[in-house]
Design a protein around this ligand. Structure first.
Ligand code: PRX
Length: 592
């Protein structure tokens, strides 16, 4: 990907169709029909809903049309797919070759070199840097040439340091080259990344060289294996701005800050900071300053900001916003309403997007087939093009009735899906293909309404079984109590009921309620909305919940604390703030 920086643009079937005047430019399905005239049924497709049906019924034709229309191929593929979910075999576009740089950069440099490709939203507000497509291609070429000069070849694995557990990952990938910056900057603090890299690389004899870019002025000790990289030249331009504020080390950052926006020639924001630095208005101040049009973030951040009150949002002009996205976990009703009414002034649709690292991109979202479709709060709703979700019962039978709930699987392969687990294909088969043979198993539970809308109920291993009643933790967490900003519910071993319900709650900053009142309110609310048996046995009030840097609550840590298995806490290196665990332990000891 790094080494190929040519600008040759291939004449795709889509371009050919355009050239020969066969394209009805106003109709998206017309574009698809134009590139796949042989696809039976495509010609008659005139609306997006029918196209969605077509994408399910004629998956190969659909994906072939997408691949031809959306991507530039270096060599054409021979076969659209060769997949067998029963055997964990996933091969797409067999024989074809394409280049990420060509697709994300080169082709856009030909048509719009000065469009802003990405906006680096630096830790310090007001110091953003804009990089055009031309500049980004130049930087990519420079980096590619540097790696090539230093002996990195096609097929070599290069590790870019953006997350924890570095040594393990370098060894796992058998990487010989590592790229890092001297220091990271987050929430006004400097983090010595180079030092961490040094310690990790000392235990990885295969690493030949470490490239070091200077993110801050602080000098670092350079070892023999280290290679200094140069600083870049930037430019500023106007343009449409896609603001995915996810951590770049999370798949959401990869797919929706980098590859997705760049492959589509969009201007993307790289948000480096935190939602509350220097104050809880940071997101909205950034929206105002960068004129962000689509804002995409995680419910955990929304709940955090909700705690601080509306004034931080009202302070800034958010009129540039058109769509608000949510990703990564179920968005509870209160957070959804706040996001919609306060952040979006009630005028921006909220798209609650469901997907996973393993799916590569969004699979269920409110509006793939109809821009004016109804949106139900807190529901991911409708399958994306080419994605065929099914619900399966414990015996592996597909639930065919309209309204149903069960294990969420995907019935046919799609190009963005994971193909294996690095160095452990057997584990891939066991985890995703064997639980429900013939289907890709997501590990999530979901329910489907009469209208065919999907609602994700959470990870299946987060289901609690109280006296024989199975309840998703998200169902209990979604109970409304105006004093609570966020909550996490887990099951714990109970002598009589099998499992009991233990709830952790974080209060809003302005909450004015006594502990007995709070407990009573929560118990009443759960009893009323679900049933008495679901009402929590314990309610622990916490300052914060243990979370990963991508905002996921680490429930296993909560379970360990409640089951008093502190020895088994395991790897905590992905925790955002390790002090949260100590607080949770102390709170638990005080309560029980
Ligand atoms: O349980 C689902 C939850 O997050 C899991 C995927 O986590 P990860 O691979 O870290 O995320 C990648 C980017 C999304 C899923 O199995 N999840 C994700 N989105 C939603 C969700 N749960 C409910 N609603 C969502 N919109």
């Amino acid at each position: 990907m790094w080494l190929r920086c040519t600008s040759r643009r291939l004449l795709t079937p889509f371009n050919r169709a355009l050239k020969h005047g066969r394209l009805n430019a106003s109709s998206w399905s017309g574009k698809v029909a134009a590139v796949m005239p042989e696809a039976a049924g495509f010609q008659g497709v005139t609306d997006r809903a029918t196209l969605q049906e077509f994408s399910h019924a004629h998956s190969d034709s659909f994906w072939a049309a997408m691949a031809n229309h959306r991507l530039t191929w270096t060599s054409a593929y021979d076969t659209v797919q060769d997949c067998d979910l029963r055997r964990g075999k996933v091969k797409w576009f067999v024989g074809g070759k394409l280049n990420v740089s060509v697709n994300c950069l080169d082709r856009h440099v030909l048509t719009c070199p000065d469009r802003v490709a990405l906006i680096w939203e630096r830790d310090e507000p007001g110091a953003e840097v804009k990089v055009t497509y031309r500049e980004l291609l130049e930087m990519t070429c420079r980096l590619g040439n540097l790696l090539r000069r230093r002996g990195v070849k096609k097929g070599d694995c290069v590790t870019i340091y953006i997350s924890d557990a570095l040594a393990e990952r370098i060894r796992d990938a058998n990487s010989s080259t590592v790229i890092t910056v001297n220091q990271g900057v987050r929430g006004g603090k400097m983090i010595d990344l180079k030092k961490t890299v040094d310690a990790a690389v000392d235990t990885c004899p295969n690493v030949r060289q470490v490239f070091v870019a200077m993110r801050t002025e602080t000098p670092v000790v350079m070892k023999d294996r280290d290679v200094a990289m140069e600083e870049y030249v930037f430019d500023y331009h106007d343009g449409d701005v896609f603001g995915c504020v996810a951590d770049i080390g999370w798949i959401t950052g990869h797919s929706y800050c980098v590859y997705g926006p760049l492959a589509n020639g969009a201007t993307t924001v790289l948000f480096e900071s935190t939602p509350i630095y220097p104050d809880p208005g940071r997101y909205w101040e950034t929206v105002q300053r960068l004129q962000i049009n689509q804002f995409y973030g995680a419910p955990t951040a929304i709940r955090l900001l909700l705690k601080y009150g509306d004034q931080w949002v009202h302070k800034y002009d958010r009129s540039s916003l058109k769509t608000l996205g949510s990703v990564g976990e179920p968005i509870n009703t209160e957070a959804w309403e706040w996001y919609h009414k306060v952040v979006g002034d009630g005028r921006c649709p909220i798209v609650d997007t469901w997907w996973q690292t393993e799916t590569g991109g969004i699979c269920i979202a409110p509006r793939p087939s109809d821009p004016d479709a109804e949106i139900v709060p807190g529901m991911a709703m409708r399958p994306f093009f080419g994605i065929k979700p099914v619900l399966v019962d414990n015996e592996g039978e597909e639930l065919t009735s309209k309204s149903a709930s069960g294990a969420l699987c995907i019935a046919q392969p799609w190009p963005g899906m994971a193909r294996t687990i690095h160095n452990n294909h057997q584990r891939f088969i066991e985890t995703y293909c064997q639980p429900f043979p013939g289907y890709f198993f997501t590990g999530d539970g979901a329910s489907r309404t009469e209208e065919g809308y999907y609602q994700i109920t959470g990870r299946l291993d987060d289901v609690i079984n109280v006296s024989g009643h199975r309840i998703g933790t998200a169902e209990i967490e979604d109970n409304h109590c105006s004093a609570v900003a966020e909550s996490a519910v887990i099951g714990y071993t109970h002598d009589i009921k099998g499992q009991g319900v233990y709830a952790f709650v974080v209060l809003k900053k302005e909450a004015d309620i006594t502990e007995p009142e709070l407990r009573q309110q929560l118990k009443d609310s759960v009893s009323k909305s679900i049933a008495k048996y679901a009402s929590p046995d314990y309610i622990q009030i916490a300052q914060r919940l243990p979370k990963t840097r991508s905002g996921k609550i680490m429930r296993r840590v909560l379970r360990n604390v409640v089951e008093r298995d502190l020895e088994g806490l395991g790897d905590l290196s992905t925790l955002d703030d390790p002090t949260a665990v100590q607080e949770i332990i102390q709170g638990h000891q005080a309560l029980c």
